[in-house]
Write a protein that binds this ligand. Structure first.
Ligand code: SF4
Ligand code: SF4
Ligand code: SF4
Length: 272
């Protein structure tokens, strides 16, 4: 997942980093809970350690300035889904002025929690249309549906270690890369007991790792907040859930908690 930039094109070599001009960074929020930007701000002294190398020039959370002004940015981190026509315009402006655009967290990467509305049953969608007070697009979209995205840092919220490693790598001109392996890989590595063997549902086999299997490690099911892996075998996991006695609605709700319903499971949609 993520990372499409040319690894050979270094912004600056490690030894010249300290002498290089500061990298101009923007932190932006579209529709979301803003938890991903706050994960960055909560890094406190670790974030302060990066300040000799970066200059945060746009951030609604940190600076009282109009957003997406005319200043060019080296890296923009954007959290949230594109829900309103105004946000569509904003993300296009951010893209235009940013050398690197990073989708931050599940909302920006896969539409996340706001994307739940995309899987609503038709009747409920109609009811929401009746009470809505704000002009909204037909669906909540991840950034990549509207503009090209250079990198994705997934999760709800993002993983702080992953963010710091990403920042270090991009500052020295390396290509950040996330391994396309499932959460089960980390869960097994941590020797955590498997929830499936206890008769509980878990999306670990089809979900993108990088969170150190945080939920199963704490006895909670994985609900796929980091998106699905490329080679996920949805049919076989769904067949197992069915064997475990779960109904269509429960399986549909679990698979679409954060993600679009995979094509292989489209028959689950019928009863919803
Ligand atoms: S991904 Fe999760 S934590 Fe981040 S902004 Fe969206 S809802 Fe909040
Ligand atoms: S608990 Fe979930 S993540 Fe862990 S091994 Fe079992 S299915 Fe995989
Ligand atoms: S275990 Fe699953 S739901 Fe929990 S943080 Fe990791 S990917 Fe997200």
């Amino acid at each position: 997942m993520a990372a499409q930039k040319n690894p050979e094109k270094s912004r600056c070599a490690p030894e010249t980093l300290a002498a290089a001009p500061k990298v101009k960074v923007g932190l932006f929020s579209l529709t979301c809970c803003e938890g991903c930007i706050f994960t960055i701000l909560d890094l406190e002294e670790k974030l302060l350690a990066a300040l000799p190398f970066i200059n945060i020039v746009e951030s609604a959370a940190l600076l009282e300035k109009p957003l997406a002004g005319s200043e060019k940015l080296d890296i923009s981190f954007v959290e949230g889904s594109v829900i309103t026509p105004g946000e569509e315009g904003l993300i296009k402006r951010i893209r235009e002025k940013s050398t690197v655009l990073v989708a931050l967290g599940a909302c920006a990467a896969i539409a996340g929690i706001p994307g739940m509305r995309n899987a609503l049953p038709a009747g409920m969608e109609a009811k929401i249309q009746q009470v809505k007070t704000l002009a909204v697009r037909a669906k909540a979209s991840p950034l990549s549906d509207v503009v090209p995205v250079d990198y994705v840092l997934p999760g709800c919220s993002i993983n702080e270690k992953e963010f710091l490693l990403f920042l270090q790598k991009i500052l020295i001109g390396w290509k950040p890369r996330l391994e396309d392996v499932p959460v089960c890989f980390e869960c097994k590595r941590n020797q955590d007991p498997c929830l499936l063997l206890k008769g509980e549902l878990c999306l670990g086999p089809v979900s993108f790792a990088g969170c150190d299997a945080m939920c199963p490690g704490n006895g909670a099911q994985c609900i796929g907040c980091r998106g699905f892996t490329k080679d996920a075998n949805f049919s076989s996991l769904d067949a197992l859930f069915k064997e475990m006695g779960e109904g269509k609605r429960e399986r549909y709700n679990l698979f679409t908690y954060f993600n679009q319903l995979p094509e292989a499971l489209k028959e689950l949609k019928g009863e919803n």
